[in-house]
Design a protein around this ligand. Sequence first.
Ligand SMILES: Cc1cc2nc3c(=O)[nH]c(=O)nc-3n(C[C@H](O)[C@H](O)[C@H](O)COP(=O)(O)OP(=O)(O)OC[C@H]3O[C@@H](n4cnc5c(N)ncnc54)[C@H](O)[C@@H]3O)c2cc1C
Ligand SMILES: *[C@@H]1O[C@H](CO)[C@@H](O)[C@H](O)[C@H]1NC(C)=O
Length: 849
Amino acid sequence: MASHGAPSLKPIYSNTRIMFSLLPGMGALIIFRLAIHLYRPDIEDAEHRVRDYPFEHLYDCYDFIIVGAGSAGAVLADRLTENPEWNVLLLEAGQDENVLSDIPVMFPVLQTSSIDWQFVTEPSDKYCLGMIDNRCKWPRGKVLGGSSALNAMLYIRGNKRDYDNWAAMGNPGWSYKDVLPYFLKSEDMKIPEYQSDPYHSTGGRLTIENFKYEQPITTNILEAGQELGYNILDVNGEYQTGFTRSHATVRDGLRCSTAKAFLRPAAKRPNLHVSVHSLVEKILIDEHKRAYGVKFVKHGIQKIVKAKREVILSSGALQSPQLLMLSGIGDAEHLKELGIFPISNLPGVGQNLQDHVAMGGNSFLFDNPFTNGSDYCFNLMSVFTITSLIDFSIHKKGPLYSMMEAEAMAFVNTKYQDPREDYPDIQLHIASTADNMDGGIFGKRANGLTDEIYAELYEDVLFQSAFSIVPLLLQPKSRGYLKLRDSNPYSPPRIYANYYSHPDDIKIMIEGARIVAALAEQPALRKLNTRPNPNRITGCAKHRLMSDEHLECLARHHTLTIYHPVGTCAMGPPDDPAAVYGVKNLRVVDGSIMPKITNGNTNAPIIMIAEKASDMIKEDWYDTKDELTGCISGPYSRQHESKPDDEPSKVNLDNHRPDLFNETSSLFPNLPVDTPLHHTKDSKTTITTSRPPMISREYEARYKEYVPMPDVPEKRQNDLSDILRNDLTPLYQIVYPAKYFMDRNTPTLQSYPYWSADSQSHRRPNQRFLSNTNPFKKYKPTDYPTRPSLSRQFKNALPFKNPFAFKYPPKRPKEEPVVYEMNEVDSPGGQKNCKIWLYYDGVKYEVTL
Ligand SMILES: Cc1cc2nc3c(=O)[nH]c(=O)nc-3n(C[C@H](O)[C@H](O)[C@H](O)COP(=O)(O)OP(=O)(O)OC[C@H]3O[C@@H](n4cnc5c(N)ncnc54)[C@H](O)[C@@H]3O)c2cc1C
Ligand SMILES: *[C@@H]1O[C@H](CO)[C@@H](O)[C@H](O)[C@H]1NC(C)=O
């Protein structure tokens, strides 16, 4: 980040603003969750949800043990238990799917939640330069459904050539004509025009639809695509090159993860046991190099379970190789360094890491043609409202059904790719929104963009109508790799993404950005006065706009993963040194087996891989005599129990009352606690503050050592019904904080009603700043100019002689000023003031606004 020369207060100001509007806050989410509980039993789906099999009733031996219930693992569990003779144990480190993750608009919020493993790459000086600590965030699902339970739901099969290439690389049976039947097998196509198309099928487990809600701007962008010379077509059909409305793994507009699609229907089979919160620490391998079981831990208790036929690793492209290495399978030198006994020297494990890298920041402003106040693009502030909540809960429609990050997409060719080959080298994700439209709450947080860069790019164009188009490199030549950090199964692996290490990759990305610029120039977008965001990253501003140097600089700063790491346990012919082989009764089935990444999003291909693998496994074990293997699978394997028929009793659905409060707050442990609600025994609802939302999470992680966190006493609060009756439900809180900065010149603050009654003596740090203006008032762009004056006030109030005297970014983290608390205080005359406490170089400062 050495490239950010000019010291500026903007980042602090920006961070401060975001702190006040950390959205959607916990209170809003709990109300959202409550509305679903009351009005949408179809989403709760209590009857079909997968139930955790009681730990003490697990068998000691199963025919198959599947590690990881993700995109691949859920499919395998379903297909293998079709054979009633086989007992299958599915072990998943994460929890059951959460109800909120079904809602498409929640997509960005799920990242960094408790269903995300929250991996980050090792720091680099070549990419992710605009991200905190030069690390890219790599979310992965830790939940039933795995990454399919938090992904963007885009359904893309890839290019026919991908599979023909796999076959040509020495993998017979994987050509396009071989794999197409497996795509069709799982598909339930709901888009009418494709239902009787030879490339699609109906009646499968996995529902494919278009997203249910679309912003008007998307139509303009698709039109612009046609004006640029591309067709609108089915990119999962005969040809891939062109534009399309996204095909999505959604059912009735709601997420259709593999847990929903495959596991829920299979979960009632007596031969499938699903155990959540079960982290596999090691695959057990005997002296004949045969995998005979796994060691896993649930709720702190270790258990060994044996596999009669196979252990199947479906832990994803990061954790399947991690688990192999932890179990002694990998590069022997690396394992020895960490004190792991190498059982099988396979240097290919963890190598060949491929991902789809993209370039963020391609945001375009435009003039909203609607004059009646409606939005033309996705605007977070007008989406999280009571109206849309009612639309969603009662009318099953509205913007909460939107997946604004990719309502449409395109596969295009740069000048390096012959269009006649129909093997496009760039994919465009077409977002009906841009990072300025969420005030930094969604995109910035999910990607880990620094405060400085967010402020530079968006602070003065906040909430102005905008869209963005993200170009992504489809066929990267760069290869990364994974290493173990240590021999602890709970340590995240070291991830070396190595983006742009091959020079061709950056060249193609630069051309991808040019295609995006050309698209924005087309008449359908011109007529909305579409223009690129005029703000530039300081570190790149020295280059001529749109020059190769400028675009390269942007690509290296605003680097985004499109979340498709694959290839780390690649399949290949036996003579391929990179291919992963060598242990009997052990199989890897997930994204890590791809020898080369597919030309598009990876979920559908991985589901296909698992469908095909299931058939391969069934074939391999067809007609095999049971004496061939070790343990006896099934209930008789339980040595400690006498009667095999004492299965756990059925769960009584009548008593199924979810604990909405704890459920939601445990899903988002990192969200600010605006109104954390806890259920008490007498079933009265109380509100307590658990932790003040003073500094953004990133800061918190970095400064924990330096910044003392004040303790917040607990407060008894209103009954839930009061909150709902109250006009100022937490939902309004998410509209308010932003309004606060937009509508008001003087930050006069009022206490939130909950707190006014008996909290006079108590200073609550996570104060909500609410004005008594009408919450329904629509803000207009003309309301914005109040912001600079606020920032001026802030600046004047700073205790430094010269506000620019401190270095930003700091040399040592200790020197960076940290806002660690905000509060309202009474001032003479009954007016309220805002105080901000800063921590800078070992000294605390108090700022009054
Ligand atoms: C934020 C995001 C957005 C995405 N968007 C899209 C999209 O729109 N379209 C698309 O096609 N693809 C998308 N992808 C990619 C796609 O979802 C993944 O490629 C795919 O889900 C990976 O499937 P998998 O089976 O290989 O691994 P996963 O689905 O990640 O499953 C691995 C499972 O194993 C579990 N596990 C790991 N280690 C252990 C252990 N030691 N013990 C027990 N369990 C363990 C994990 O908790 C997880 O549930 C996205 C991914 C992410 C993260
Ligand atoms: C505003 O006008 C557009 C286009 O005519 C229409 O679709 C939208 O519903 C209108 N909004 C309101 C609030 O009337």
